[in-house]
Design a protein around this ligand. Structure first.
Ligand code: SF4
Ligand code: SF4
Length: 373
């Protein structure tokens, strides 16, 4: 089931965050709009509209900050979704895992899928993901995951790791598999580091900002070994580059459907990388709707929806003849637009890596049990 089949409504709850990750993909953007939080009446209206027009009853909570920093709001939204959507409602969160015992207990009773942003063994994780006070965060995450995985009350909750790959961990991927396995984590998705979203596309940025070096060949060499090792010991170890290897598709993801991601400032975004609607700069092509306070309705921008829908691997010139076009779909448009400034741009290193991965390990024998976060 390719990644585009992940159909759901997402809530970008708040810009507040209790960590200060060194590579935060929208850290600068968040600082400029200080502490914005989604308002409950907009979230409820979004649920009403989404459930009226779609069969999916999957809801999701995601950045731009840490979702558990607005715990009461998250509880209210889940309660409302279950009230109007019934027993079929399923809930997914992406969290940094740094939360209280109280939140832990609520997650156990209310969440179906929890992805923890977790970069590996403490020596790696604590460098990449310190707390706002500059303290290590891994011990808190370990404690929460161990409790959730060991309590006899655990029934349906799936806890997976979403790992950002950097120069610190690309050579240690099999070790990461063992580490997560010991914590009871059976599903791991890895994502190569990509440049932060700023006010201009990377290609047009004249400020000389440094984009962290990422050795894609080393990542792939070590990924393939870890993927095989994980498979031998019964774990799932995926790469964002292989997220469509389990089914044919000519689009990359839900951003081309598009499906709603409600931003803290009341806009409708198509993509996890565009978390604030007002002044989205070069990423504005992803903001396809907006809450209208006067009519108390969402209004949509049809020209942007059309452009997103037309972004297929059949339409992009460099994809048309590509041997993996039906297992890639033209790659992540969020990353591509951020780096090249256009929807049909190309990340050459990534294309090379996807083709190599498909040759050496793809396509997947079975549909993925849990699609990439
Ligand atoms: S970040 Fe990439 S994969 Fe995720 S929603 Fe945006 S375009 Fe799709
Ligand atoms: S690997 Fe590159 S060229 Fe091939 S379909 Fe994906 S984005 Fe297009």
């Amino acid at each position: 089931m390719p990644h585009c089949n992940k159909q759901m409504i997402s809530f970008f709850l708040t810009t507040k965050c209790n960590l200060r990750c060194v590579y935060c993909y929208n850290g600068e953007e968040r600082l400029l709009v200080k502490d914005k939080t989604l308002r409950i009446h907009i979230a409820k209206a979004a649920i009403d509209e989404y459930f009226s027009n779609n069969t999916s009853r999957h809801i999701r909570f995601y950045g731009p900050g840490e979702v558990t920093q607005e715990f009461d709001l998250m509880c209210q939204i889940v309660e409302y979704a279950k009230k109007v959507g019934g027993t079929g409602v399923t809930v997914e969160i992406q969290t940094n895992g740094v939360f209280s015992d109280n939140v832990c207990k609520w997650i156990l009773d209310n969440i179906n899928i929890m992805w923890v942003s977790f970069d590996g063994t403490p020596d790696i994780h604590d460098i990449q993901r310190p707390t706002a006070k500059g303290k290590p965060s891994s011990s808190i995450i370990e404690k929460n995951i161990k409790w959730l995985n060991s309590t006899p009350k655990k029934k349906t909750l799936m806890i997976g790791a979403r790992v950002t790959m950097t120069e610190l961990n690309i050579r240690r991927q099999s070790e990461l598999v063992n580490y997560f396995n010991n914590l009871g984590i059976k599903y791991i998705w890895t994502d190569p580091l990509f440049p932060e979203v700023k006010e201009t596309a990377v290609c047009n940025d004249k400020t000389g900002r440094i984009v962290d070096f990422f050795d894609m060949d080393t990542y792939i060499d070590n990924y393939i070994n870890a993927y095989k090792y994980a498979s031998d010991i019964g774990l799932f170890y995926g790469s964002f580059l292989t997220c469509n290897f389990d089914g044919k598709t000519n689009i990359h993801c839900r951003a081309c459907t598009p499906v709603p991601h409600i931003t803290p400032d009341g806009y409708v975004s198509a993509c996890d990388m565009v978390v604030i609607g007002e002044n989205a700069h070069h990423m504005d092509c992803f903001i396809y709707g907006k809450w209208d306070n006067y009519s108390k309705m969402f209004i949509y921008f049809d020209n942007k929806i059309k452009a997103l829908k037309e972004r297929t691997s059949d339409n992009i010139s460099h994809c048309k003849t590509c041997e993996v076009k039906n297992y890639c779909g033209g790659y992540c448009l969020g990353e591509v637009v951020n780096e090249t400034g256009k929807l049909d741009g190309q990340k050459h290193e990534v294309c090379k890596a996807i083709k190599r991965l498909f040759k050496e390990i793809g396509p997947a024998k079975h549909p993925y049990a849990y699609l990439h976060p």
